[in-house]
Design a protein around this ligand. Structure first.
Ligand SMILES: CC(C)(COP(=O)(O)OP(=O)(O)OC[C@H]1O[C@@H](n2cnc3c(N)ncnc32)[C@H](O)[C@@H]1OP(=O)(O)O)[C@@H](O)C(=O)NCCC(=O)NCCS
Length: 176
């Protein structure tokens, strides 16, 4: 059988297996974690990954991190590193790449990706429907409000929100 056909079949089968485990009910998320670890992803202890969460490229999750339904994380080669006890609410998108768009003579789909690592430090809470772009670091204990598009680093314990995300508060006020 030609190599192209084999590759096509292999991708189809692995895609179906991935979709099967992603679509399991949340009560069976332990099987989802088992599959992701078998597939080579670094997933810490006591993580929880809800239904319809998709991972592509290099993604690492620290211990006790929870990702809610319908999130999409693509670490590409640069990677997405998520620390410990991080909460990611439903419908978030985190990507460690952007499509190249500098060359007007080449369709963007054919331009190389521009990649940069994303780091989400420990104890971060990312609200629903957020997008976090390539190269971003979200500092420890920060909160990202619902619907934010994060285009710049967020300092530790800051509360950030909006499009593009800006600092709208800090958690440090309660200890001052
Ligand atoms: C960011 C968040 C935690 C702030 O909560 P809070 O500390 O109670 O803040 P407040 O409601 O007092 O708002 C403080 C200011 O920030 C603004 N703000 C609050 N949430 C915002 C958001 N998501 N985006 C932009 N601005 C926001 C408010 O309008 C207010 O501005 P003002 O002072 O000019 O009136 C909260 O609004 C939020 O987005 N939580 C995420 C909820 C979620 O996604 N849950 C999913 C399940 S985990």
């Amino acid at each position: 059988m030609p190599r192209k056909v084999l590759v096509f079949l292999f991708r189809g089968v692995t895609g179906m297996i991935e979709t099967f485990f992603a679509s399991l009910p949340n009560s069976l998320s332990v099987l989802r974690l088992w599959y992701l670890r078998c597939a080579g992803m670094k997933v810490g202890a006591k993580c929880s990954i809800a239904r319809n969460v998709y991972f592509l490229g290099r993604v690492e999750l620290g211990d006790g991190t929870a990702i809610a339904n319908n999130c999409f994380l693509n670490g590409a080669q640069a990677g997405i590193k998520i620390g410990r006890k991080v909460m990611i609410a439903p419908n978030c998108v985190i990507v460690a790449f952007a499509h190249g768009n500098d060359d007007l003579s080449v369709p963007m789909i054919d331009q190389p990706w521009v990649e940069a690592e994303v780091i989400i430090e420990d104890d971060v809470w990312i609200g629903a429907n957020c997008t976090i772009l390539k190269g971003i670091r979200v500092g420890r204990g920060a909160v990202i409000g619902a619907n934010a598009v994060v285009t710049k680093d967020v300092e530790s314990f800051a509360i950030a929100g909006g499009v593009p995300a800006r600092k709208i508060g800090t958690r440090l006020k309660s200890v001052c």
